[in-house]
Design a protein around this ligand. Structure first.
Ligand code: DGL
Length: 256
């Protein structure tokens, strides 16, 4: 009997687990392979060339493992590397970008704050996205914020201080929505919500990514047969401690 190949998920570390969990819930018959490059994280404060090289090397390993499709579950790596990876590999490759279009299309009144890494904001794709949908938006680079997630520090006085300083200039304005434009930030949703006035929407792109993945798998005849038994393999460049952390984060994300 043929072993079903896995769907690869890649991120600079733990953040993409938030996307993986959404995909596992929607596609329980699929096998998943997650690779987090925690040894080289963060990506968001590196150069595009460096991120492209690191992502390329990690994906090459995942391809050796025989993945049938790839989700670059990292906005930063998607911006820097998706184009080159699509030229190199024939499999479906799903890339992420901050869900500014979604926030814009559901815009009420006030400012849309887009949170992402510095490198995501430098990317040409983001600049194009912003010129189409950024009328009401402000880009908010968040260097160092992903590190709280990598340390599993999802609540702490230091995190509160970071978020307080980040949102302080906007509290007097009418804020409509906050876009979580980095997959790590989904794990900080509760802490972020506590620092925002009531009624501010928190928007992420996970639903769209999972729908896109389903569609691409179906179009390419790659969906696992219904009734198949799915599974998940977690791999990290950060050693055993990181691998254990991944398991805890996945359990947490599956409960969300
Ligand atoms: N999780 C990544 C993203 O979605 C970035 C974190 C990093 O800086 O490595 O952008």
């Amino acid at each position: 009997m043929r072993t079903e190949p896995a769907i690869g998920f890649f991120d600079s570390g733990l953040g993409g687990i938030s996307v993986l969990a959404a995909a596992m819930k929607a596609l329980p018959q699929e096998r998943f392979l997650y690779y987090g490059d925690s040894a080289n994280a963060p990506y968001g404060t590196k150069t595009a060339e460096e991120v492209c090289r690191l992502t390329g090397a990690a994906v090459q390993e995942m391809v050796k493992d025989g993945v049938k499709a790839l989700v670059i579950a990292c906005n930063t790596a998607s911006g820097a590397a998706a184009k080159g990876l699509r030229e190199r590999y024939a499999m479906p490759i799903i890339a992420l970008e901050p869900a500014l279009k979604l926030a814009h299309e559901t815009h009420g009144q006030g400012t849309i704050l887009v949170m992402a890494t510095p490198l995501t904001f430098e990317n040409e794709n983001y600049k194009r996205l912003f010129s189409s949908y950024g009328e009401h938006a402000v880009s908010l680079p968040c260097p160092g914020l992903m590190d709280f997630v990598e340390r599993e520090e999802l609540e702490s006085p230091a995190l509160d201080r970071y978020l307080e300083a980040l949102f302080e200039p906007f509290l007097a304005r009418d804020t409509d929505a906050v876009v979580l434009g980095c997959t790590h930030y989904l794990f900080l949703r509760d802490a972020i919500a506590r620092h925002l006035p009531e009624g501010v929407r928190i928007v992420d792109g996970n639903g769209g990514v999972v729908r896109q993945l389903q569609k691409k798998l179906a179009e390419n005849g790659l969906l696992a047969p219904s009734g198949a038994k799915g599974d998940i393999r977690l791999k990290s460049s950060g050693g055993r401690e990181k691998a254990e952390q991944m398991e805890r984060m996945l359990a947490r994300a599956l409960r969300l």
